[in-house]
Design a protein around this ligand. Structure first.
Ligand SMILES: Cc1cc2nc3c(=O)[nH]c(=O)nc-3n(C[C@H](O)[C@H](O)[C@H](O)COP(=O)(O)O)c2cc1C
Length: 178
């Protein structure tokens, strides 16, 4: 399958504009390695990987894919949030994703390290706020993605956010075909 080069593939350095999301207890190093090697962009599920194992999982992806072209997902409310921030910067991962996100200062640290900030939002106002804080891209997740980011359907949220921001927008929440 040939897919076009997009702002997303150029920014993330992957072959296909397809993101393998962070799924708790699913998106471990094995999945991220497979995604990266297949040309997509993978996120490690930092919210559920044991703190003691996290650095090892990151190193495993780096050694099996030859670089840091993948991301780490975490939320600021988790106990080891600071560890996630520090490891993403230490290993210069290509991106971080999050729901409850870091403050402006932490986002500046990511930006200085070249780590792209890609929050997941379920409402227009959260997208606007995320951009104010420095997000490089936005993932919209409509209610069809399980509803835990809110009740706005993907088909409404996507055009709302596309109209409001100029950064690349990644669509999630119930999509099953191109
Ligand atoms: C099994 C499973 C686990 C998930 N765990 C996380 C998680 O740890 N962190 C997170 O930000 N999102 C998590 N999500 C949400 C996904 O990142 C994504 O936003 C959602 O799957 C989008 O909906 P779609 O798969 O219908 O496109 C999870 C989704 C699934 C299906």
């Amino acid at each position: 399958m040939t897919l076009p080069k997009t702002r997303l593939t150029e920014a993330l350095g992957c072959r296909y504009p397809i993101i393998q999301t962070a799924m708790g207890w699913v998106s471990d190093a094995n999945l991220v390695i497979a995604t990266t090697n297949a040309g997509g962009f993978g996120f490690l599920a930092g919210a559920t990987i044991d703190a003691a194992d996290l650095e090892g999982e990151i190193e495993r992806v780096i050694s099996s894919t030859g670089g840091s072209n993948f991301g780490l997902n975490f939320h600021m409310f988790q106990e080891n949030a600071q560890q996630c921030v520090d490891l993403a910067i230490k290993y210069r991962l290509k991106a971080v994703s999050y729901g409850r996100g870091p403050d402006k200062e932490t986002i500046s640290r990511f930006k200085e390290a070249g780590v792209l900030c890609i929050p997941t939002v379920g409402a227009l106002k959260h997208a606007v706020k995320a951009i104010e804080l420095g997000a490089d891209m936005i993932t919209i997740q409509g209610a069809e993605g399980g509803g835990h980011t809110g009740g706005v359907p993907s088909t409404i949220l996507l055009p709302q956010v596309l109209d409001a921001v100029s950064v690349p927008v990644i669509a999630a929440g119930g999509y099953s075909t191109g």
